[in-house]
Design a protein around this ligand. Sequence first.
Ligand SMILES: Cc1ncc(C[n+]2csc(CCOP(=O)(O)OP(=O)(O)O)c2C)c(N)n1
Length: 380
Amino acid sequence: MIAVDQFLGPLRDAGYDFFTGVPCSFLTPVINRVISSKEYDYIAAVSEGEAIAIAAGAWLTGRKTVVMMQNSGLGNAVNPLTSLNYPFRIPTMMVITWRGGPGLKDEPQHELMGEITPDLLNMIRVACAEFPKSAGDVSAAIMQADDEMRINQLPFAFIMQKNAIEAEELVPLPPLLASPVGLYSDRRTQGERPRRYTVLEKMLSLLPENTGVVATTGKTGRELFTISDRPQHIYQVGSMGGAAGMGLGVALGVKNPIVVVDGDGAALMKFGTLATIGSLAPSNLIHLVLDNATYDSTGGQPTVSEAVDFAAAAVACGYAQGTAIDGMDAFDSTFTEALQNPGPHLIHMRIASGSLPYLGRPTIAPQEVAVRFKAFLAEP
Ligand SMILES: Cc1ncc(C[n+]2csc(CCOP(=O)(O)OP(=O)(O)O)c2C)c(N)n1
């Protein structure tokens, strides 16, 4: 068993100071320590998949990240690990607890995942090692993880067994200040709804040069790429629902305006991210939900968005402003206002379904998109 600072100290010395994840009781000492200390940033994610996306965003701003989770949550993280970290070559350290691990009498729900955890990680190309057993092993273990991540540009996981770390008290934190109630406006006119590409073209004409754009999976990213391909864009080709988490991770690390272009299906898939964004409230984030009421990219099957007021939900979660619109005039004025006023803003724009004919796909490899976007964010 090692003391928590015997792990966290060398980790911090190696540059890892951005933590996110979902708790497991095995991880309590580590999580309590990073929550309580000003030396680390900790974001309480609503799901392990969201945590992976947030960490990816933070990595794009130059942070070294750690995602902590129970192995049950590895299931929730498989999609972004395989369709975001892998194609974009985005590393993160992971600390995954081993419920149902060898020799541990555990609950039935942990049995199968306990049995397959190392194999599953190997299968999804996440290199792993056992969490260091003694203080003397920590530095070498971190160096091994750091080297592998630098060489492969992929995540590296430590698998942690029960009682690996000594207990740590959670130092009581000052109560969170109640966030001011955000502003909700409904500017819908019930006129003809524009197409996605019309909105994207207009959006690009309004953006200051230093704005980063994170586009959701499917035809949104493909249309954005087709209209204009710039270092300011990242097209999240997979990790459905992860654009907002990544946008949050990016927005927290830079002063540039950051726009997340989401779809209704994707936003619903990770609806909890509204709460994570609302609680951290980065003022430079604009979350644009282009709601065509369908999974347009997979053939136009209906989503359940008709009954959902994303703007009201965002305000209820702590966004500074939520606006419902359905026309181009309102888009022009609402988006311009959002760029000029502190956010986070959610703009819920109801649009027509359908996309550009002869739609291309990004011809630039995801890895190059990530390198290019990271370099853009690093510009002074
Ligand atoms: C986890 C996951 N589930 C399903 C898919 C397949 N898929 C790709 S795009 C898409 C539709 C996305 O819908 P929405 O966010 O509403 O955007 P739209 O296509 O309407 O622009 C789906 C279901 C996927 N890529 N990943």
